[in-house]
Design a protein around this ligand. Structure first.
Ligand code: GDP
Ligand code: IMO
Ligand code: MG
Length: 428
């Protein structure tokens, strides 16, 4: 296979960054195609931790071209801040292409995100507060600016003026402060010189790569259950993290994605509001949160923690066409006497094994659990699958049986090296 997509199968934070970084050394191109700096991808290399938000996780490989593609929402100031932060951590080369079609996320999107969450009160989404929803709204409304607008100052000025006439009226309606065009232009002028040489038609570039059989890795952001259409609406993000959305978000044909590696944690986490049937509100939940360091990369919020939900994973496999699975953070479950997995739900006396569309129904489902024996050993230094404790292998088999997909890799720690390979993917 010359292309591989990496998709989060739960509510985000499954370890996509670690796996993308793992495969990036074999890739020629790494592409982010949706979302923005709501994503937080942690990577640990040689004991050093990096947090990526907008940049693809191929950035540590000097020979890889990293692409921020058409379907992304990009805050230019945040991008520069991220690049500067990485420079301070010793990253020197930024082989980066930015789509001229990607939406430009500006300060008023952030202000609207905050104002709206405040107005929603108890019904808030629990967004990352990075302006993601309001920026995608502007794109759908055909109002918003695109990264290509940075290339033409006159056009940039005109588009920003007409956009702000509407956005400041909206902010006023929320009782929030208007934003100043001069300040936004000043901020953009500070970053423009650096960004302009990187802005291009990435769709044309990627089409050429596919034609030349280049090795292209697509790095998903968020997770399938946060999909705007197929997730737990309205408690979702404003793009589709599904691999099936990659073609339209990159300007590539359907056939451009050869395989889809679904990434899942060995348990479940969620940040923000919304239904979570297997959520744990007890000591086991706290124990998993602490052992897995389950605190948000972007907002530092404690992540909600729960048992693995096979009904969610089956649902996601079916809507995404997952061909392989990467099982992450298996080490975190070590030490538990027993581990539960949810195999389906009970609702109104009926048993179902899929996610109901309506969020108020989904909030009421009662999970059906199967209890599996745990293991006591520390597995974080194991590199051969056969050396895992029998009960850990049994856990993996249970997942494979339910999903009818092979678990191709098992991650037993945050570091690049703590990865068990069962099936070589993305090799020549
Ligand atoms: P992403 O958003 O999908 O890239 O995931 P995040 O980086 O937000 O969250 C995953 C967290 O788990 C990060 O802190 C990783 O360093 C960490 N991590 C990844 N794989 C493993 C693993 O196998 N074991 C442990 N203990 N931590 C891991
Ligand atoms: P990565 O790529 C986990 C969640 C937010 C909130 C909802 C909407 O690191 O897996 P938004 O700011 O997108 O409008 O927030 O989506 N969310 C994430 N949760 N990981 C992410 O990204 C997320 N990106 C957004 O917490 O519930
Ligand atoms: Mg994350």
């Amino acid at each position: 296979m010359s292309t591989l997509a990496i998709e989060g199968m739960q509510w985000g934070d499954e370890g996509k960054g670690k796996l993308t970084d793992y495969f990036a050394s074999r890739a020629e191109v790494v592409v982010r195609s949706q979302g923005g700096n709501n994503a937080g991808h942690s990577i640990v290399r040689d004991g050093k931790r990096y947090a990526l938000r907008l940049l693809p996780s191929g950035i540590f490989n000097e020979n890889v071209i990293n692409v921020l593609a058409d379907g992304m929402v990009i805050n230019p100031m945040a991008l520069i801040e991220e690049i500067n932060g990485l420079k301070e951590q010793g990253v020197t080369k930024f082989n980066l292409l930015i789509s001229n079609r990607a939406s430009m996320l500006l300060p008023y999107h952030i202000a609207i995100d905050h104002a709206r969450e405040k107005m929603l009160g108890n019904a808030k989404i629990g967004t990352t507060g990075r302006g993601i929803g309001p920026c995608y709204e502007d794109k759908a409304a055909r109002l918003g600016l695109r990264m290509g607008d940075l290339l033409d100052l006159k056009q940039l000025d005109e588009r920003l003026s007409s956009e702000l006439a509407i956005k400041n009226a909206e902010l006023k309606a929320y009782g929030a402060e208007p934003v100043s065009k001069e300040e936004i232009m000043k901020g953009l002028m500070e970053v423009r010189d650096y960004l302009v040489p990187h802005i291009t038609d990435t769709s044309l570039f990627l089409q050429k790569c596919i034609k030349e059989n280049k090795k292209v890795l697509f790095e998903g952001a968020q997770g399938a259950m946060l999909c705007l259409t197929h997730g737990t609406y309205p408690y979702v993000t404003s793009s589709s993290p599904l691999a099936t959305a990659i073609p339209v978000n990159t300007g590539l044909p359907l056939t451009a994605v050869n395989a889809v590696l679904g990434v899942m944690k060995a348990y479940t986490t969620r940040v923000g509001e919304g239904p979570f049937p297997t959520e744990l509100h007890d000591e086991i939940g706290d124990q998993i949160r602490e052992k897995g360091h389950e605190y948000g990369t972007v907002t530092k919020r404690p992540r909600r923690v729960g048992w693995l939900d096979l009904a969610v994973l089956k649902y996601v496999k079916n809507i995404s066409g997952i061909t392989h699975v990467g099982l992450m953070l298996l080490d975190v479950l070590g030490g538990l006497d027993e581990i539960k997995v949810c195999t389906g739900y009970k609702i109104n006396g009926e048993t179902i094994d899929y996610m109901p569309c309506d969020v108020s129904t989904y909030t009421k489902v009662e999970p059906i659990y199967k209890t599996l024996p745990g293991w006591k050993e520390d597995i974080s230094n194991i590199l051969n699958y056969e050396d895992l404790p029998e009960n850990a292998k049994n856990y993996v088999r249970e997942i494979e049986k339910a999903l009818e997909v092979n678990v191709s890799m098992v991650s037993v720690g945050p570091d690049h090296s703590q990865t068990i390979i069962r099936e070589e993917l993305f090799r020549d």
